[in-house]
Design a protein around this ligand. Structure first.
Ligand code: SF4
Length: 226
């Protein structure tokens, strides 16, 4: 399968294994969307990156010494080898696994059965059909829905998303301020100011601070494996 990079860092995003957890990232090549705020445009061309067999990737993971893996992209579920990779990471290597997805693909049954944490990046600007995705699956395991918010209009739309999905008890929602557009403080203030109009926000959503940008403000990748 096409790999963009494998590196060790901190998982600064929400996930069931803990925000701030030392993590090995496996970034797969290729994505089916073109978000305006994408900071990994270098993954878009699926012919780029390097070809690695799944056995080779598992060997890198074993040698790395990390106990948690986040599979990211690009869009991991657009990659043919993703189901086997995710399943074998859990079953053979007993890794804690998170998957960051844009929510536009149906999760294959092969991985749905595994104790994987799904972090779904909901795209307000594209109106990602996450509800269709969710209904196709029928139910969710532990899942975070992350929504990037760059304006008060985005915030209002995000509130609507939370209210439409909130009856799914396994869902948690993370509001991510768009860097340079909305501060964490502003976003938090909007949440609290709306506590009477939309009480569910205080119960279901958090402000998602991206810890990796605080720990590695220059974006360094000190532990590169492939
Ligand atoms: S889904 Fe993710 S990788 Fe794909 S374009 Fe959007 S932000 Fe970039």
């Amino acid at each position: 399968m096409r790999i963009n990079e494998i590196f060790g860092s901190v998982d600064g995003e929400v996930n069931r294994w803990g925000q701030g957890k030392p993590t090995l990232f496996i970034r797969l090549q290729g994505c089916n969307l073109r978000c305006s705020y994408c900071d990994t445009k270098y993954t878009w061309d699926e012919t780029q990156g390097k070809e690695m067999e799944i056995d080779q990737i598992l060997e890198v993971v074993k040698q790395s010494g990390f106990g948690k893996v986040t599979i990211t992209g690009g869009e991991p579920l657009s990659c043919e080898g993703f189901p086997e990779l995710a399943r074998r990471l859990v079953q053979e290597l007993r890794m804690q696994v998170s998957v960051e997805t844009n929510g536009t693909y149906i999760i294959p049954a092969e991985v749905w059965a595994q104790p994987i944490c799904w972090v779904v990046d909901y795209k307000l600007e594209l109106n990602t059909p996450i509800v269709r995705f969710m209904n196709d699956i029928g139910s969710w395991r532990t899942a975070w829905v992350k929504i990037v918010i760059g304006s008060y209009d985005d915030f209002q739309q995000a509130v609507g998303v939370v209210e439409s999905l909130a009856d799914l008890s396994d869902f948690s929602f993370a509001f991510s301020p768009l860097f340079g557009k909305v501060s964490e403080e502003q976003l938090f203030t909007w949440m609290v100011e709306n506590r009477f109009n939309h009480p569910i926000i205080l119960n279901k959503a958090i402000v998602n601070t991206q810890l990796h940008k605080i720990i590695f403000p220059k974006g360094e990748k000190n532990f590169i494996f492939a």
